[in-house]
Design a protein around this ligand. Sequence first.
Ligand SMILES: [Zn+2]
Length: 448
Amino acid sequence: MAEQNKMEKIVSLCKRRGFIFPDSEIYGGLANAWDYGPYGAELKNNIKRRWWKKFVQDREDMVGLDAAIIMNPETWKASGHLSEFSDPLVECLKCKKRYRADELEAETCPACGGKLTNPKKFNLMFKTFIGPAEDSANVAYLRPETAQGIFVNFKNIMDTMRPKLPFGIGQIGKAFRNEITPGNFIFRTREFEQMEIEYFMAPPEKDKDWQAVFEDWREQMLDWMKKLGLDVKRNIHELEVSEKERAHYSKKTIDFEYEFPFGKEELYGLAYRTDYDLSQHAKFSGADLSYTAEDGKKIIPHVIEPSLGVERTVLAVLCESYGEENLTQPSPSQGEGKIETRVVMKFPFWLAPVKIAVFPLLKNKPALVKKAKAVFAKLKVDYACEFDDNGNIGKRYRRQDEIGTPFCVTIDFDSQELDDVTVRDRDSMKQVRVKIGELKEYFEKKFK
Ligand SMILES: [Zn+2]
């Protein structure tokens, strides 16, 4: 499968099957903005819930936070975003198209060959106004990262939770960047969601002190990528960002890159940010953001930041899970001898938007429908389930394959007498008969 082709197929499947729609489509859409449909919303929520459980709830050294998107603009002075958070922008003098200067290979417009302006700095923060007066006194910004919401709450967390170093604060939330060149489906969008951790530790005395914490987080992130079903050996590449390219205050940054169909691109980041952020906020706000160590000494903690994007996670999972299989057995609908291609999303079970689909074999047999509804009602207590009685059974299987449902349960004529169902496995397509009374135990084992 050609890679570009694969991307088109994934975009098309996402639209067709209710994962991801172009935003405000009935008005012609909005470039590079996307809406998550029923299955996309489930997939996204599964990712966020699992991340929160793994990195916040299951750890004794972590707490959670949910800070506001619009913050006091002083925040962005302290963080450096107002002065530094910009890309070099050039404009074509002929066709007026705009580009990021650092992404252009030639010195002329790629669209028309026209001359380009000199690069000027373009701040990536979305500007807005608070209240009815649109003047400079009321300017505010949509946060370009969730991290600063954590730093400005450091004192609140210290005062209320009294954590001991090392400890971390995790947050999931939206962030906004007015990107000059967004694109590649949901890879780079102007509105996106982050799952970020700021992990605070005592100022390291030796390099190996922070290196050990950094290494631990590196392993935690790799473990998370494995949980997502990503082929870490083949598709994840770690890139240490050079001193020249990383932020001036960062002592080490690793990008985890994923082999997307459009190329190797950043999936996650891990950075050692020293005490830069807390020191800046202490300086600009005048607040005491120190931590009192056991010996009574006041210290400014240092920070390791594992930063993950929700949409990039969704995209990597979609790319990794997408599969096409040629079925050897001829399908009646396609005529003898024709090879049918099965499209299947092989999500890890915990990620699948629907865990079990329940079908009556035929929808015009009330006894079958009634029994199927009873099975559905039982299973949906514990699993995200879907009831479907539309079209022939083969089509219903294909539809569930395309949304990655691990199991389909069918109630057929034999079910009437035997009080059992067929359970069809997404990956092997094998079917087994299971007594209705044993279904609960059967799925407990499968979803363990
Ligand atoms: Zn041009």
